[in-house]
Write a protein that binds this ligand. Structure first.
Ligand SMILES: O=C(O)CC[C@@H](O)C(=O)O
Ligand SMILES: [Zn+2]
Length: 485
């Protein structure tokens, strides 16, 4: 059978009934218009698909899934398509339909006394943050892609970001879910409850499942009080171990007023400044490591800044801190944030890098960095360590960059060996090979190396129970029975 005739029969048996449900506005088959849905914005994932389907209600989405279930047509659920692991793009063989949540974009309800907001999966994260702020509440999920990522994708990937140290990751911010199952049934679990101990917690099965068990169509989100004040500082330290001491000291003094605690290696600032405009270098000297710390609470800004200064002065006396600046205005705080925000963008432009999104216990971050840097420098002389991330969560983006010399193709070919070295150390220290980005396709072949057979068996059993025909985002997270997908 030729590709053309298989695509034609695909179109006839599957796309016509789908078109009848979603109408012309709900389906794209033109290759040019489909292209943005086929590729990732970073990291080079590109696929093909006969159609992108965009239902405008959970009921329509469920009806589409029912057709796919009957015809065994694989589905790739997609939100804002901003993920970093290839989970939301189709494979290259053109056999999968992309099911987009773009048109599920209503805020269904805000319950102020319950501090919850019920939203559809396609709501853009920044719109949710703004809607919460408009009613005097905070929705604390915050990450670089917030202007275009969708809450459904945040939930499917259990997103993290820069405020997890205070508010937790997506898992902690969801009170209830509505999900379309792989057989097309809708599970209405939109309960806004703080306590619900009536059996298994099904919503947690779907959070972080990367669209492999079902499609989230709506969620009840937990809101927090809107802080009245924030205080932001950039602090220089001589080592990650001193940064951890500073974190422990700050926790002891101000507890969960710490909303951000990010570690930054000096080289990351150099790369951000090289490639991204307006990244400042606000301290008078150059230091090996930095921390971006932010506090927030309901108190006055002056008192909060005073608390932060007090912590930094004591840490300086103890030799943990070398230098630092506390932002004197919102504009100055924003400018400090540009340093952190410019790092992934700068790194993208610098050449081959080996990305890792790892976590270890906070107490072992310094040991992890020492061991990983030493092992890589021994094995691949010239490789340039490049580490930053969410120290408050023990989550480091350990992204060494190729050496300045040598053939880029040769550096690229070392990816597998670099991953193995880094991940073996992570797992030896009790850590995880994915802290917040997920497994997707990027780490699908590494997962079996780092999960026990018991844990893998449980994961496969779950997948088989929910999706026995393997139509829901196949070939992401797990390959079933050793198959390609
Ligand atoms: O580029 C990366 O490796 C990390 C991206 C993102 O998770 C961040 O924390 O900025
Ligand atoms: Zn991150």
């Amino acid at each position: 059978m030729t590709t053309t005739s298989s695509t034609t029969s695909f179109a006839a048996s599957v796309l016509d009934p789908i078109r009848a449900i979603v109408g012309e506005r709900g389906i794209i088959t033109d290759p040019g218009t489909m292209q943005p849905f086929m590729e990732s914005w970073r990291d080079g994932w590109v696929g093909r698909s006969p159609a992108v389907v965009l239902p405008d209600s959970a009921q329509a989405l469920a009806a589409v899934v029912r057709i796919c279930a009957e015809t065994r047509t694989p589905i790739v659920p997609q939100g804002g398509n901003t993920g970093l692991t290839g989970a939301s793009q189709p494979h290259a063989d053109g056999s999968e339909i992309v099911l987009s949540t773009n048109r599920l974009n209503r805020i269904r309800e805000i319950d102020l006394d319950n501090d919850t907001m019920t939203v559809e999966a396609g709501c853009i994260l920044a719109n949710i943050q703004n809607a919460a702020r408009d009613v005097g509440r905070l929705f604390p999920m915050s990450l670089a892609a917030e202007g275009s990522c969708q809450i459904g994708g945040n939930i499917a990937t259990n997103a993290g970001g820069v405020q997890v140290v205070r508010y937790g990751n997506m898992r902690n911010l969801v009170a209830g879910l509505e999900v379309v199952l792989p057989d097309g049934r809708i599970w209405d679990g939109l309960r806004g409850l703080r306590k619900d101990n009536a059996g298994y917690d099904m919503k947690q099965i779907f959070i972080g499942s990367e669209g492999t068990l079902g499609i989230v169509t709506a969620a009840v989100l937990k809101l927090s009080p809107l802080p009245r004040a924030t205080a932001t500082a950039l602090v220089a330290v001589s080592s990650p171990s001193d940064a951890v001491d500073l974190l422990t000291r700050a926790k002891g003094k101000v507890g969960d007023r710490i909303i951000t605690f990010e570690l930054i290696q000096r080289f990351c600032i150099d790369i951000a400044r090289r490639h991204v405009p307006d990244v400042p270098d606000p301290l008078n000297d150059v230091y090996p490591w930095y921390v971006l710390v932010e506090l927030a609470d309901q108190d006055s800004g002056e008192r909060l800044a005073g608390m932060l200064e007090g912590i930094l002065e004591a840490a300086m006396e103890a030799g943990e801190v070398l230098d630092g600046v506390v932002a004197a205005s919102k504009a100055q705080a924003d400018s400090l944030w540009r340093i952190r925000e410019g790092i992934p963008e700068g790194q993208k432009r610098e050449g081959v890098s080996y990305k890792h999104d790892v976590s270890v216990p906070i107490s072992k971050v310094a040991l992890f960095l020492d061991r990983a840097n030493a092992a890589l420098e021994r094995e691949f002389p010239g490789i340039r360590p490049f580490s930053f991330g969410h120290l408050g969560d023990g989550n480091i983006h350990y992204n060494p960059i190729q050496g300045e010399d040598g053939d880029p193709a040769e550096w690229k070919a070392r990816l597998g060996a670099v991953n193995a070295i880094v991940h073996d150390i992570v797992v030896d220290l009790g850590g995880s090979i994915s802290a917040e980005h997920g497994i997707g396709r990027l780490r699908i072949d590494e997962l079996p190396r780092y999960k026990s057979p018991v844990e893998l068996d449980m994961m496969v059993a779950l997948k088989m129970a929910f999706d026995p025909h393997n139509i829901m985002n196949p070939g992401k997270i797990l390959r079933l029975n050793g198959n390609a997908r």
